[in-house]
Design a protein around this ligand. Structure first.
Ligand code: PRP
Length: 209
């Protein structure tokens, strides 16, 4: 049996569509309510977890496969898994966002940046040789500039609705983000055939998209 951890929330529906196209049984996913673990007729066990926990479950071999955004993978510097496939769903961009006046503003102090991704933010500003203060927020990062806590944010932008609704704009794009399939290293050795078959089916249904 192959076990998969899927990130709960916005990508769930798109992952379902890919699995359906690859002829996997998705009824139990559609019919699940608050259940966190389900089994499909194809002998796949799925758990639904927060992005960081998907990585933890893969690294501890609780599951063989994890489906998680490259934003979370980038933020976690220790990587004990294989990244096997870009599912090309949940696509968005990492960007610095702020009020339009940020671009021309002269700062006579360190800039203050809010983010859910402090490691990515640190690396970005280090490469730019800019000394900034980074404040970690757990969600609704846009609140940083809106409430006057920070000058800007580093966050993912998908449709752009959240920044627009709060008077912010993209100041600079940093990199693209999409959903990746990661595999536990030991699982790949012992369940090679099943795992590669699943990856192959997903890759083909992705191409047909
Ligand atoms: C993410 C991100 C932005 C928003 C961007 O937050 O942190 O706030 O989505 O999407 P948009 O460009 O389509 O508006 P999410 O909804 O995952 O929730 P969170 O803010 O609680 O983390």
């Amino acid at each position: 049996m192959v076990k998969i951890a899927i990130t709960k929330g916005r990508i769930e529906k798109q992952v379902c569509e890919l699995l359906k196209k690859a002829n996997y049984d998705i009824e139990p996913i559609i019919n699940k309510k608050r259940e966190l673990k389900i089994k499909t007729k194809d002998g796949i066990e799925m758990i639904f977890a927060k992005a960081n926990d998907v990585i933890t479950f893969v690294e501890h071999r609780i599951v063989d496969i994890g489906i998680v955004g490259s934003d979370t993978l980038m933020e976690n510097e220790y990587k004990d898994y294989y990244e096997m496939l870009d599912l090309e769903i949940g696509k968005c961009t990492f960007a610095i966002c702020s009020y339009p006046e940020y671009k021309n503003k002269k700062f006579n102090r360190r800039k203050i940046i809010a983010t859910k991704y402090p490691n990515i933010a640190k690396t970005y500003f280090k490469n730019k040789k800019q000394d900034v203060e980074i404040i970690k927020l757990e969600g609704s990062v846009e609140l940083g500039p809106v409430v006057g806590l920070t000058d800007a944010i580093i966050d993912i932008v998908e449709t752009g609705s959240t920044i627009r609704a709060n008077g912010l704009e993209i100041i600079e794009n940093i990199c693209d983000v999409s959903t990746k399939l990661i595999v536990n290293k030991v699982s790949l050795k012992y369940k090679k055939e099943e795992i590669l078959k699943l990856i192959d089916s997903l890759e083909r249904s992705k191409i047909d998209n």
